[in-house]
Design a protein around this ligand. Structure first.
Ligand code: AMP
Length: 575
């Protein structure tokens, strides 16, 4: 195969273009122009670089180079003392700009630097990711320094930003998808954009989708689910009235309990079981009990199941809320004790793959039939989700009230004829729960407490998403626990989670990389100039930390606008 050559400067030009505009359409045009070229002249995998990565999304390894190591590599590459760099760093506060400054200075003297190719940058990044154990630091430093040594100022800036995981060019997944459609199928852009999204949800790999799309429509349509790999799940839209649920899903519809646990996609290949959260994280090690249950009870050689794993109290034999068992996802030690103290039941509500065949394109009724055949009713171990099929609003409401009485969150209403569609799409699944004024948001900033809370970050700025950006909607300081003995996340734990994500610090206030998702309740939400979303919550309170939620699961600005309207109208879910 001919080795593809492209200069890294071409990527840098795209990054700069994307950085310079906040308009989605302009970003899309820049990307489309470049993707056209990349499809012809580059390797499909290089597309990861546009999102600051060198691996597909299902691979949860990150480059994750620390600021300290990057500074060390800058020092090494340019023969400058760490202390001098630290001084500049404190002034500039951004590693990208720092690298740019030093690489820019060097350029005048080092006339023999080679042009940096994309393959050099990509391959060094990959190698950096692979180095582990003794000598890892010096090995990584050398690989980074080699790149800096041959980089122009601007190239160094984006190399540094990619290394520390802060590319900051503001590109949402949907923009890349639309840009691929625009670049490769300009005449059928709309239709192909949907096909690209469907293919992407299955493969979880931008390079695979891009390569197939470059070959044409047929290749794209051939992309299918892969057994044993994490996958994007199907998600509901929200309704407030049962009438609306039926209007969206049709009559009759399947109605199920909405369990208050967490989503686990179960993969079984022979005797090999793996478990993934909806943010594609592998949690197999944390749940040996679920693995045993699946091996023992699931009657299938090869299967992908979609389920909600719910905690229960082993003494009272009652369901427990998500918060009580959330530590089972996070904790990687004392697993046996956790397994005993916080047992779980697996409620299976879908089957996506069965003995050599993908069921994604089959109707829910057919998938449910398979499910009932292979999942036994083993109380407190594993069972099919509680389901009724009805066209009666009365019966549905009765079922809803029963679910709430049992401590469930509400109900899910599902279109019986719909296939399994990944992502949140209108028309197939809806959720209905009491109007509780709750939102899932991401933490973008925090503030240190005072007095006995001095060392902890105790109040948090939270944001929603809007086209790849995060917009603040409030500050929250209640809901977490002071003491470890209490059930739930403590301020100390939250501080530990947030500290490595700090991007800047000013007095007691820090800004953090958006990563930690929390569920909140609030009394009211209204227009306000205080935050850059234009909205603010009154009396917010954190109900739980959601280690299993992805950034794309948080509320969008549009969701917030709907909530504001709902609050103004005083709509009721029973209506
Ligand atoms: P939400 O996260 O509020 O949009 O609600 C969707 C989540 O509800 C899913 O990701 C599941 O974790 C959970 N869930 C609970 N019970 C069910 C069910 N019977 N069917 C589908 N999802 C369910």
């Amino acid at each position: 195969m001919v080795k593809k050559e492209m200069n890294y400067s071409e990527f840098v030009e795209v990054y700069e273009g994307l950085y310079a505009t906040t308009k989605r359409l302009e970003k899309e045009t820049i990307l489309a122009g470049f993707l056209n070229k990349l499809a012809k002249e580059g390797e499909p995998e290089w597309i990861y670089l546009l999102r600051g990565k060198v691996t597909p999304d299902y691979d949860d390894r990150l480059l994750g180079i620390s600021d300290k190591l990057t500074i060390k590599a800058i020092a090494f590459a340019f023969g400058i003392r760490d202390t001098e760099i630290m001084k500049s760093y404190r002034k500039v506060g951004d590693l990208g700009e720092l690298a740019e400054e030093f690489a820019g200075k060097k350029k005048q003297t080092n006339l023999f630097a080679k042009r940096l190719t994309v393959s050099k940058v990509f391959n060094n990044f990959r190698k950096i990711m692979g180095i582990e154990g003794k000598g890892a630091v010096s090995g990584k430093t050398a690989l980074i320094a080699e790149l800096f040594g041959n980089a122009t100022g601007k190239e160094a800036k984006y190399i540094a930003r990619t290394l520390v995981g802060q590319l900051r060019v503001g590109v949402a997944d949907a923009t890349v998808r639309d840009a691929i459609a625009e670049a490769l199928f300009p005449d059928e852009k709309k239709e192909m954009s949907v096909k690209i999204e469907v293919a992407y949800d299955m493969a979880n790999d931008l390079a695979v989708v891009f390569e197939a799309a470059s070959k044409g429509k047929k290749a794209l349509e051939k992309i299918d689910i892969v057994l044993g790999r994490p996958m994007n799940v199907m998600l509901p839209v929200k309704v407030t009235e049962i009438k609306e649920a039926f209007r969206i899903c049709g009559k009759p519809a399947a109605i199920e309990h909405k369990y208050d646990g967490f989503r686990v996609v179960i993969n079984k290949v022979g005797n090999d079981v793996s478990l993934f959260t909806r943010r594609l994280e592998n949690v197999t090690k944390q749940f040996p009990d679920v693995v045993r249950t699946v091996k023992k009870y699931v009657k299938a050689r090869e299967v992908i199941l979609d389920s909600e794993v719910v905690g229960y109290d082993p003494k009272t034999k009652t369901m427990r809320p998500f918060e009580a068992i959330s530590q089972r996802i996070r904790r990687k030690y004392d697993i046996e004790k956790l397994e005993r103290d916080l047992p779980v039941e697996v409620n299976v509500f879908d089957v996506i793959y069965y003995n050599g065949k993908s069921l994604m394109q089959e109707a829910l009724t057919k998938r449910r039939k398979v499910l009932e055949k292979i999942i036994p009713h083993e109380k407190w171990k594993i069972r099919p989700s509680m389901q009724i099929v009805t066209d009666s609003e009365e019966k549905a409401l009765e079922f809803y009230k029963e679910a709430l009485k049992l401590g469930e969150e509400g109900i899910m209403v599902k279109n019986l004829n719909a296939n399994y569609q990944q992502g949140r799409r209108v028309g197939y699944w809806v959720k209905m729960k009491p109007a509780a004024n709750d939102l899932d948001l991401v933490i973008t900033g925090a503030e240190y407490g005072s007095g006995k809370r001095g060392g902890w970050l105790t109040s948090y700025i939270v944001a929603c998403q809007s086209n790849g950006d995060y917009l603040d909607v409030g500050k929250v300081s209640s809901g977490l626990k002071e003491l470890e003995q209490e059930e739930g996340t403590t301020y100390a734990e939250m501080t530990k989670l947030l500290k490595p994500l700090i991007e800047s610090e000013k007095g007691k206030v820090v800004r953090v990389k958006p990563k930690i998702v929390v569920s909140l309740t609030y009394q009211n939400i209204q227009g306000s100039p205080t935050y850059n979303s234009g909205f603010a919550m009154r009396f917010p309170r954190i109900t739980h930390y959601r280690p299993d939620y992805h950034l794309k699961d948080i509320a969008t600005l549009d969701d917030i606008k709907i909530e504001v309207k709902r609050a103004q109208k005083g709509m009721s879910h029973l209506g």
